[in-house]
Design a protein. Sequence first.
Length: 249
Amino acid sequence: MLEKEARGSKQETVVLTRRNGQQMQARLFLPEPVERPVPAVVVIFDVFGMTDDLTRIAGRFVAEGYGVIVPDLFDRPELRLACVVRALRSSVRGSGREYEDIELARAYLISRPEVDSGKIGVTGFCMGGGFAVVLAGRGLFKVSAPFYGEVPKDAETLRGSCPVVASYGERDRAAMVECGRRLRSHLEELGIPHDVKFYPDAGHSFMNQNIGFLAQKIAPHLPMHAEYHHESAEDAWRRVFAFFQKYLN
């Protein structure tokens, strides 16, 4: 499945250098062949990091004619768990070194001749969705597509935001559903073009086909329902691509 969905793409691992001299790997995906500069998307992963599922997700974007970069926010010398905890905190509070990593990846994407530097979007899942929400309001991207991400309580964080297409599962934990409602309220208050949808049959991580372990072992002990939900995921893909076509292309 992964090979099929990523077919027609050029894939490579690039090494980027942070301000402190540390290096960070990122996965780059480009349509092939590229006849003219294409729009592109920065994809921000969830707590599981750089998985095969990210290759599948990148493949969906590439199939629609987008370039993709996935920065490895966990590519640091400390223990993986410490990286995850720190990234989660950064996502929620809206500041931290991970934002610099994302900007580094965006800058590299813009530098590629295959990419249209004026047409860069961002998307993220769970933890990454929280980053995508905050980044929508920072003037770096033309469009943002957060999936079940945290949302700041202060609407001013999103003043001047780019258009946002967001997706939440109503079977997710109540706090996350409330985040989706808050996001819609913020965007309506500020007059930002948006499409925020709640899927009644979906829970957390409904876009993630590798969610089996979490659904079977962890989620039953948490106030959430987590598993891939095909119908909701496909509708979300349809909405994202229609929204990107309108506001990015």
